[in-house]
Design a protein around this ligand. Structure first.
Ligand SMILES: [Zn+2]
Length: 310
């Protein structure tokens, strides 16, 4: 691949509390605001508590999931008396950090989340962007406290629904396992390390470092699996099988157990070999998702550096 040179990346947003009960981002942003972290040498940093009402209530959201409000259609929807709080907030955040798809948008938006699933350190991004792949590669090569993996979402940016899609590039940092409303130091430190490494990489890029090209492995979603349900009541009738629980990213083969019903029967995986992700994520019960299934892909990226001023 040919070398890519690009302008410096000088404006970054670090967001937390997009889901008000995912505490790593909430406390990281509050701490950065307390310490008045506004820039490193070459990078200006905007810190944002995305959903302050949900943070105060320690809930995922008040009226609707904020992190599903950032599609082009919802961001341009007219505000009326019945518009949910989170959609109003999404439009405010779009005005502050975007507008999405415009030259005024921040160069990089990092949004910090927690998951109750055993996902370790997981980055999520939409576009196949060289910058995000380089940052992923950098974090993966430097971080030793947890396995570092990435999910690439195959959705056009106009339909991308989460906050990080407002930046010119965006990364969602998902760290787990951590229960909602709980703060674990090991999980907080992993999220903090990922943010610090991201800022360090930007600093190095802006000050003239060249980063070599290469390849990284990532996961792309194939499908979601719901819990077995009672057809009359719609109640779930099984839990994640103990052999699947906490085994995110461990290849699931046909015949491997996935659910254990409350009457004691095992439900087995059928079909192709795939990787389970977000196994038993608390917030996905309402979305009728027990886990996602993904395949592994290899993504290549070119060497990059900033354009030298003439
Ligand atoms: Zn979240």
């Amino acid at each position: 691949m040919e070398h890519v040179s690009l302008p410096p990346l000088s404006r970054v947003a670090i967001c937390g509390g997009t889901h008000g009960n995912e505490m790593s981002g909430v406390y990281m942003v509050k701490e950065m605001q307390k310490q008045k972290v506004h820039r490193t040498e070459s990078v200006s940093i905007t810190t944002v508590l995305s959903n302050p009402r949900a943070v105060d209530a320690c809930r995922r959201y008040m009226e609707t999931d904020l992190n599903r409000c950032f599609t082009d259609a919802l961001l341009s929807a007219p505000i009326t008396d019945s518009t949910p709080y989170e959609l109003r907030r999404a439009q405010e955040l779009n005005a502050q950090l975007g507008p999405k798809g415009s030259p005024e948008a921040v160069d990089l938006l990092c949004d910090i989340h927690n998951t109750t699933a055993n996902m370790g350190m997981c980055l999520i991004f939409y576009s196949l962007d060289w910058i995000t792949l380089h940052i992923y590669n950098y974090i993966q090569s430097k971080m030793t406290s947890a396995p570092v993996r990435a999910i690439q979402m195959d959705i056009p940016i106009s339909e991308a629904y989460s906050l990080e899609s407002v930046g010119k590039r965006g990364i969602s940092i998902e760290v787990g396992p951590q229960p909602n409303g709980v703060t674990r130091a090991d999980i907080f430190n992993m999220a903090k390390e990922a943010v610090d490494l991201t800022l360090e990489w930007l600093q190095k890029l802006n000050s003239g470092s060249t980063f070599e090209g290469g390849e990284v492995e990532a996961y792309t979603l194939v499908k979601s699996v719901d819990y077995p349900r009672d057809p009359t009541t719609n109640d779930i009738t099984a839990a994640i099988h103990p052999q699947l629980q906490d085994n995110d990213f461990k290849l699931l083969k046909p015949g491997d157990p996935i659910f254990l019903s409350f009457s004691g029967e095992t439900v087995k995986h059928e079909g192709e070999e795939l990787y389970p992700l977000f196994v038993n994520e608390c917030a996905y019960y309402e979305k009728k998702i027990a886990f996602h299934l993904a395949k592994k892909v290899t993504l290549a990226f070119p060497s990059i550096s900033v354009k030298k001023e003439d």
